[in-house]
Design a protein around this ligand. Structure first.
Ligand SMILES: [Fe+2]
Length: 380
């Protein structure tokens, strides 16, 4: 991949990067068959399965590998380093030639690190210091069990170092294969179905409406992702079945692909320091910023939502997407002071790419105002 080559709508240049072969099926029975197909075609002899305790307890790993003798290493749900090191050791010892990661975003992120570290004699932290890997990573097939990050088909990972979660963006982190299984999406717990799919929707909306980093391929994929979410989000959350789960799993990967080619936008930029400051999970931290940031940018994003006025758009988003947000936020019992807001604004200001890509121009006072509006009920 060519480094630092970004689509630039203003200068009439675009690129689209996609390295993952995405396989999608409806049932676990089909997934077993596809797994076997990949394994046979790659001539894989030694498989290492990476998952976490929560996912393993659902029995999904047993169902995927029924009757097969495979090593399973359990990772933590928080991108912690010691289970990753244990998995790297297990991979080296077992001379693995295929890693199958079954889990949420944290497991898939960790699996990317394990796959890269095994053949390169590099510690996980050292991956942050290299641009190019001397040896290609171990072949990785990612099977998501939550449907929001799109980690199964993008080049982004996270690792907790010295108690700080740091992200890394390298093309060699991208899984060569992803396997989406609707039956897995259907069994995700209710709150997680809601929050993860809402995150996927926001990825799609934000990546679609950036100022420069857009391409016709990206726009086509994202418009389809939003269409799938518009038609299936509410039923997936309230009454999941194979059809709506298949649609949401597909949309989540489509939005994940977009993150290889652009980035997230204003709501994510505001939410990231807020999550850090209040110790909230990423998906929850987005909730108060969704409407204020879309409203702020409306003038320059309205063309992506034809036939809708801002009032109509907000009504639809509240009814179709934010119907559970109030109940979740009512469980937040913290307060936020002016100093917290200053710290969060400072983090936003360090994001020079956001300044370039946000649909509307934004100055420091704009961030402060957005925090005040979005977080009014917790401000003291
Ligand atoms: Fe996100």
């Amino acid at each position: 991949m060519l480094k630092k080559l970004f689509s630039d709508q203003v200068n009439g240049f675009w690129r689209f990067h996609c390295e993952t072969q995405i396989l999608a099926c409806k049932t676990l029975f089909q997934a077993v068959d596809k797994l076997e197909f990949v394994k046979r075609n790659l001539n894989s002899k030694n498989i290492l399965v990476l998952s976490d305790q929560g996912v393993e307890s659902t029995g999904v790993v047993d169902q995927l590998f029924f009757g097969l003798s495979v090593d399973v290493s359990l990772l933590s749900a928080e991108c912690e380093i010691s289970p990753i090191n244990a998995a790297i050791e297990a991979g080296k010892k077992g001379k693995v030639d295929l890693i199958v990661a079954v889990g949420g975003g944290s497991v898939l992120d960790a699996a990317k690190i394990v796959a890269a570290a095994i053949p390169n004699a590099l510690a996980p932290e050292d991956l942050w210091k290299v641009q190019n890997l001397p040896v290609q990573p171990v072949m990785l097939l990612a099977i998501p069990t939550t449907f929001g990050t799109g980690s199964e088909c993008n080049m982004i990972t996270h690792l907790k170092m010295d108690n700080v979660k740091r992200s890394l963006n390298r093309e060699w982190l991208t899984p060569p294969f992803a396997l989406l299984v609707a039956e897995i999406a259907e069994t995700v717990p209710s709150k997680l179905r809601y929050l993860a799919a809402l995150d996927a929707w926001l990825h799609a909306v934000e990546a679609l409406t950036l100022r420069n980093e857009v391409s016709p391929i990206q726009q086509g994929i994202l418009k389809e992702a939003i269409q799938l979410l518009d038609s299936n989000f509410k039923s997936y959350v309230n009454t999941p079945d194979k059809e709506n789960s298949f649609a949401i799993a597909s949309a989540s990967s489509m939005a994940g692909l977009a993150l290889n080619n652009s980035r997230t936008g204003l709501a994510h930029a505001l939410a990231t320091p807020f999550a850090e400051c209040m110790g909230l999970p990423h998906t929850e931290s987005l909730l108060p910023f969704i409407l204020p940031s879309l409203r702020y940018n409306w003038q320059n994003i309205a063309s992506s939502f034809p036939d809708e006025s801002l009032i109509k758009f907000e009504q639809r988003i509240k009814a179709n997407y934010l119907f559970n947000a109030g109940a979740i936020m009512n469980n937040w019992h913290f307060t936020i002071n002016a100093k917290d807001v200053d710290v969060m604004v400072k983090t936003c200001l360090d994001d020079s790419v956001l300044k370039k890509e946000n649909p509307m121009p934004i100055e420091p006072e704009g961030f402060t105002e957005l925090y005040k509006v979005a977080l009014a009920q917790w401000l003291i």
